[in-house]
Design a protein around this ligand. Structure first.
Ligand code: CP3
Length: 346
């Protein structure tokens, strides 16, 4: 297959297929790498790495240096957006993110006080990371920017932390639908402007992480997941008509197809519960990315090899980016990641 752009992932996003698919891993820069843990120790806190372009560039490149992945993803977090809106975010060691839970009154104030330029100014170091990274990455490496989907970011803003099934945000959306809609619109707009800025700073494509898409029923999925992402995508494409966008509505199951049709993303990130038959039918409509269970990286051996082979066989006839079905975990052995790359590249 001819390689048009020199960046395989960009070719897949344009509908090309490769005998050996390009590969990157969600959360590929992180705690399973000793060189990441070293930088984290120096920096102090996780957010300090996110807001320090020099350190963020270094940790973004670490997995490229080690494994030669086809994409580098900007090192940051989806929660820098609420942080930029003035809803201060902290990360508690071993526990995860903490925010002051937001209510309807605070949402009204947030919308009222919204200052787009101030929010983007807060995110400027992240944009510096993007432009610096593009300068340092190998030519053939795709640079991915990202943001969280409005629904997923809102779940953390409402609960103030991660919860197993996002019950606080679901409850809030039923009890305060108007306030919730306003919050999602605000997140859509700032996230669109943030992605536009990342693309202008040198990102080749962007991914929208909707890690909590799978906890919504049908109508709520339309309203809280699809509609805000569509608003976001439309706003990006209005300014940058050729922008390439990967959507990752984790756990969307039977709603994956309508998600692609209605949001118009270029590729769908599949989680590991998506069957080969559903995956293949989604692939007829456009590129797919995924979908190895991250636990198979920890297991290694035969579980890893046969998991990889199964995915290569399922998606080998269409545009496919090899990835996990969710982020790699701190327990992943480096030798198993090497095994994965070797198996895919053959
Ligand atoms: O993929 C990459 O390598 C780029 C960096 C990246 C991070 N977070 C770094 C990170 C990306 C793309 C994310 C996305 C993200 N962040 C999501 C969506 C994807 C997903 O995993 O569901 C979500 C929900 C978040 C919010 C978040 N950030 C949580 C819930 C946590 C705590 C859980 C955990 O793994 O510790 C984080 C922390 C975080 N984000 C770390 C990293 C490397 C670990 C922090 C540390 O180094 O101490």
């Amino acid at each position: 297959m001819e390689n048009l752009s020199g960046r395989k992932i960009m070719d897949v996003l344009n509908g090309k297929k490769f005998e050996k698919p390009p590969v990157w891993l969600m959360r590929q820069a992180g705690r399973y790498l000793p060189e990441y843990r070293e930088i984290r120790k120096q920096a102090g806190s996780f957010l300090e790495v996110c807001y320090n372009p020099e350190l963020a560039i270094e940790v973004s490149i670490q997995p490229i240096r080690r494994f030669g992945f086809d994409a580098s993803i900007l090192f940051s977090d989806i929660l820098v957006v609420p942080d930029a809106l003035g809803r201060e975010v902290r990360f508690v060691e071993g526990e995860g993110p903490r925010l002051e839970p937001i209510d309807a009154v605070e949402i009204a104030k947030l919308v009222e006080a919204y200052d787009r330029d101030a929010a983007l100014a807060h995110l400027k170091p992240v944009l510096e990371t993007v432009s610096g990274l593009r300068g340092e990455l190998p030519k053939q490496t795709t640079l991915l920017g990202f943001c969280g989907a409005p629904w997923t970011v809102a779940t953390y803003m409402i609960a103030g932390r991660g919860t197993p099934d996002q019950a606080p945000a679901r409850l809030f959306s039923y009890s305060n639908p108007d306030a919730f809609a306003r919050l999602l619109e605000l997140l859509s707009d700032i996230s669109a402007d943030y992605l536009i800025s990342q693309l202008k700073a040198g990102a080749d494509a962007v991914q929208i992480f909707d890690s909590w898409a799978g906890v919504l029923g049908e109508k709520d999925f339309e309203r809280w997941c699809i509609a805000p992402v569509k608003r976001l995508v439309d706003r990006v494409r209005k300014e940058l008509p050729d922008a390439k966008i990967i959507g990752f509505p984790k756990g969307a199951g039977e709603f994956y197809s309508t998600y692609r049709q209605k949001t118009d993303v270029d590729a769908l990130g599949l989680d590991w519960t998506v069957s080969n038959s559903l995956g293949r039918s989604l692939q007829k409509e456009g590129a797919v990315q995924g979908n190895l269970d991250p636990m198979k990286i920890i297991a290694g051996g035969k579980a890893l090899d046969s998991g990889i082979d199964d995915i290569l066989e399922a998606f080998g006839n269409g545009p496919h980016i090899f990835n996990l079905g969710h982020g790699i975990t701190p327990q992943a052995p480096i030798s198993h990641v090497e095994q994965l790359v070797k198996r895919i590249r053959g």
